[in-house]
Design a protein around this ligand. Structure first.
Ligand code: UD1
Ligand code: CA
Length: 454
């Protein structure tokens, strides 16, 4: 593959979003529209990506970081002017530049690769990606000569009645020979209905110079859709969710009800896992093979092994090893690691804790800032008291310990291997290995008390 770089236009305000956030940073399927475009560009093999920013530029830069380079377009004078702003960065590059828009999150690496391959095969200096739109209003139209060759692109506002009947549109995505494009841009003017420097004019300029220009048709218009409003954003969300679910099912995942299963673009799920309805898998979550997830689960940035079974639960930024079962109503908070075969029952919260292999937290626990060993049995209602109002402290529980129901472990405290704690104890001192600790008031029975009360 020859050198391929991209310019991603993202300077527009996105007025119709009615948002303080720059349009391209609005999320769809768990990541920003611009991130989807950058990922597609990278998948297509781009060596450098230059994002042209304007409105909210600093916010965009902060969100994308070192994944791209940035050019600033201070005033939005049109798409041609926007591309020109990348010249100081790319002006001395040779090869192909692909121009993309930051608000087209449905693009795929495959589609961009197809465009690039057609561009190279045709030997054209410019290739535009076109789509057949059911409603072409607002788009630039592809005007072809009698023999089918592309002659120019005319903007909706500049088009004649006849041209407006054309339903083949400019997707806003192109491949250009880098040097030819920057040279042609010098002669783009702004004598048009919008008073803007139009990038599509480059095609006509090149054609008039006798260069070959080409149009590559997208298989479906959906992938090229640009998002301008919240309604369109929700439409893109639906399409991306459906695509992801199909990809997972094609790879051996059972999704009981795709309409109520929401899996972000970068999530991975192993085969023979079953996802029950009303489940969200978000961010960088990975789920192993043979798991049963849901109904009603939500996991964000969670790493899950194989054969995990859970329902009605929420986990974020945590790690769950093979064979763990939990739910209903379990909340796994950041930096929690559940080792192999851990069993968690109902109404349990675990935060910033390691829970050892085979340990059971069967009902009503709060385990925070703790290191719990293997095969520990925590009785119903046990709590680690990790916070004194100012600072957090850790609780350590050794392997095979048995903590009686309704105990409080006041941190910092250590319970040794195989130690027992009597039910209802409030433990404030370390319990050595193998010992029994009971820390509760002695029971007193008063004979005949009830009769006397009558
Ligand atoms: C553009 C095309 C049109 C095409 C359509 C596809 C032009 C003149 N027209 O029209 O043929 O059918 O896209 O969606 O190019 N931008 C900047 N700086 C600017 C102007 C725009 O960065 O000065 C960015 C916008 O943020 C956006 C993209 O370029 O991401 C497209 O701009 P937009 O104003 O939406 O162009 P359209 O009028 O839709
Ligand atoms: Ca647009």
């Amino acid at each position: 593959m020859d050198n391929l770089v991209t310019i991603i236009l993202a300077a527009g305000k996105g007025t119709r979003m009615k948002s303080k956030l720059p349009k391209v940073l609005h999320k769809v399927a768990g990541k920003s529209m611009l991130q989807h475009v950058i990922d597609a560009a990278k998948a297509a093999g781009a060596s450098r990506n230059v994002v042209v920013v304007g409105f909210g530029g600093d916010t965009v830069k902060a969100a994308i970081g070192d994944q791209a380079e940035f050019a600033v377009q201070a005033e939005q004078l049109g798409t041609g002017h926007a591309v020109m702003q990348a010249k100081p960065l790319l002006g001395s590059e040779k090869g192909t530049v692909m121009v993309l828009c930051g608000d087209t999150p449905l693009l795929t690496g495959q589609l961009l690769e197809k465009l690039y391959n057609e561009h190279k095969a045709s030997g054209a200096k410019a290739t535009v990606l076109t789509a057949i739109m059911p409603d072409a209003a607002g788009y630039g139209r592809i005007v072809r000569t009698a023999d089918g060759a592309v002659s120019k692109i005319v903007e909706h506002k500049d088009a004649t009645e006849e041209e407006r009947k054309i339903n083949e549109v400019n997707s806003g995505i192109y491949c250009f020979d880098i040097q030819a494009m920057f040279e042609a841009l010098e002669s783009v003017g702004c004598d048009n209905a919008q008073g803007e420097y139009y990038l599509p004019d480059v095609l006509e300029i090149l054609r008039n110079k006798g260069e070959k220009i080409w149009a590559a048709a997208a298989d479906d218009y959906e992938s090229t859709l640009g998002i301008n409003s919240r309604l369109q954003l929700s439409g893109a969300e639906k399409i991306l969710r459906r695509r992801k679910n199909i990809e997972l099912m094609d790879n051996g995942v059972t999704i009981m009800d795709p309409d109520s299963t929401f899996v972000d673009a970068d999530v991975t799920v192993g085969k023979d896992t079953i996802i029950y309805p009303f489940t969200w898998l978000e961010g960088k979550t990975s789920v192993g093979e043979n798991c049963q997830i849901g109904p009603n689960c939500r996991f964000t940035d969670t790493k899950m092994g194989n054969s995990v079974v859970c329902h009605f639960s929420y986990g974020h930024e945590c790690e769950i090893d093979d064979g763990v079962t939990f739910g209903p109503y379990v909340h796994l908070r950041p930096d929690t690691h559940l080792f192999k075969g851990v069993k968690i029952g109902n109404f349990v919260e675990v935060k910033n804790s390691n829970v050892g292999e085979g340990t059971k937290l069967p009902h009503l626990q709060y385990i925070g800032d703790s290191d719990v060993g293997a095969n520990v049995n925590m009785g119903c209602g046990t709590i680690t008291v990790n916070y004194d109002g100012k600072k957090k402290f850790r609780t350590t529980i050794g392997d095979n310990a048995f903590v009686g129901c309704n105990s409080n472990l006041v941190a910092p405290v250590t319970v040794g291997d195989g130690a027992y704690i009597g039910a209802g104890s409030t433990i404030t001192k370390d319990v050595p290995a193998g010992e029994l600790a009971i820390a509760r008031a002695h029971q007193k029975n008063i004979q005949g008390w009830a009769d006397k009360r009558k």
